[in-house]
Design a protein around this ligand. Structure first.
Ligand code: AMP
Length: 421
């Protein structure tokens, strides 16, 4: 190892980022609100491993999806198995349901999940290689009321977090009965326009022409605008499902726009797809997206159980939540001298056990320094323990907001804090 490599700083991997304490508070808040709301709608948390057999995503996410073709973090473990850091959550939940026979539980099953995902895409603002999703999934509910209910739940989450200026797009991508005819028609149109499409889209004509609608290149988008719309091809059952879904959205007073080209980047969707976007995010404008996947459980050898869900991008959501500097209720203990230090440690222990956030620092400082530290740390109160206080057993308690200071006996500190909080 050269001197240079020894001293070179190791930085975070491109496309990943640290969530520093102040931002982490915001994340915690968003996660808490999401949990509370989802639990109110009957969802329960499920946690699954971060890596899975590569096969799971090839089969679930789909061989022709961008994720499987070029974005997976796959590697061989020491035993030579091909593993993949999960790029999305749905296949893992489906696997867990089959593995633990959760389908034997009363249905519909409602699950939520919060955790990191990994996709090897070009990093840019709002697009990371490790990012986080809040995900919800419902199984065994065919009724389009549930499609509308989850869109309403997403809307509820955004409203509670004070995220405004969003738009909701909805579509139906048909089912395995009606989609083949549309695929054929789309392929014919795309083939005629082949020369106008990018190399990637030309490949999609043969593999999965629906994916052309995901292309971000403006030339391809312009061309695909003229392709036939899936909604003109869907069967009666899908049409009825979509009609009722939209009617229930109206019932919930959710504003939405029909977007016949909303096919979403994953292969498994059937019938409903939806996305919530906001121009406030810039180029990567989707906050959340989801849809129905009625065939996935069967594909994995499970029961014939339909599914629907959505995933929210945490980085994007957190960036939209207005910053609220929440007032802390903490107390800083400023002590002077060794005897006072022991008392401070003892009082701190007592207060912490009573549920009060309490800070004691062990570096020697003057009283002036201590007060300024307390101020910097945003403490609501400071408890001053000096030599006199040690002798008399009466401490100075200062309210940092009002500047008011009073003398309190040790046994009354807790009571005084509770009364004034
Ligand atoms: P998807 O799983 O692709 O349907 O994405 C669902 C949501 O996850 C999107 O609406 C984004 O908010 C978020 N998301 C997807 N990919 C990324 C990424 N690479 N970086 C950050 N957020 C992402």
């Amino acid at each position: 190892m050269t001197e240079d490599t020894k001293t070179r700083k190791i930085a975070a991997i491109k496309g990943t980022k640290d969530i520093l304490p102040q931002e982490a508070r915001k994340w915690q808040k968003v996660e808490t609100v999401a949990r509370e709301i989802f639990e109110r709608y009957g969802y329960r948390e499920i946690r699954s491993p971060i890596f899975e057999a590569t096969e799971l995503f090839k089969k679930g996410t789909g061989e022709t999806s961008d994720i499987v073709i070029k974005e997976m973090y796959s590697f061989k473990d020491k035993a030579g198995r091909s593993l993949t850091l999960r790029p999305e959550y749905t296949p893992s939940v489906v696997r867990a349901i089959i593995e633990h026979r959760l389908y034997l539980q009363p249905q519909p099953l409602r699950f939520y999940f919060i955790g990191p995902m990994f996709r090897y895409d070009k990093p840019q603002k709002g697009r990371y290689r490790q990012f986080h999703q809040i995900d919800i999934e419902v199984f065994d509910e065919k009724d389009p009321a549930i499609d509308a209910e989850i869109v309403e739940m997403a809307d509820h989450l955004l409203k509670t977090l004070k995220v405004t200026g969003t738009e909701t797009f909805v579509n139906s991508v048909g089912c395995r009965k009606c989609r083949p005819a549309y695929h054929k028609e789309l392929r014919n149109h795309a083939d005629k326009a082949r020369k106008l499409l990018c190399v990637e889209c030309q490949r999609k004509i043969d593999t999965n022409p629906l994916r052309i609608f995901d292309c971000k290149i403006s030339g391809c988008q312009e061309v695909s605008q003229r392709f036939p719309k899936i909604t003109d091809f869907i069967c009666h059952e899908c049409e009825e499902h979509f009609r009722k879904f939209c009617a229930y959205l109206d019932l919930f007073n959710i504003k939405y726009r029909l977007e016949p080209r909303l096919v979403r980047g994953i292969d498994y969707y059937t019938k409903t797809t939806f996305e919530v976007i906001t121009p406030a995010l810039g180029a990567q404008d989707a906050i959340l997206g989801g849809g129905r996947y009625d065939d996935m459980m069967k594909v994995f050898g499970g029961p014939d159980m339909c599914g629907i869900g959505f995933a929210v991008g945490m980085e994007r959501l957190v960036s939209l939540v207005p910053f609220e500097n929440e007032e802390t209720q903490s107390i800083y203990i400023a002590y002077l001298g060794d005897l006072a230090k022991e008392l401070a440690m003892d009082v701190a222990k007592e207060l912490r056990h009573e549920g009060i956030e309490c800070l004691v620092e062990y570096r020697k400082r003057t009283l002036r320094n201590l007060m300024s530290r307390a101020n910097k740390l945003g403490a609501k109160w400071v408890l001053i323990i000096g030599e006199d206080e040690v002798k008399t057993g009466r401490y100075q308690l200062k309210d940092m907001m009002t500047g008011e200071q009073k003398t309190v006996k040790r046994e009354l500190i807790l009571k005084t804090l509770k009364e004034s909080s």
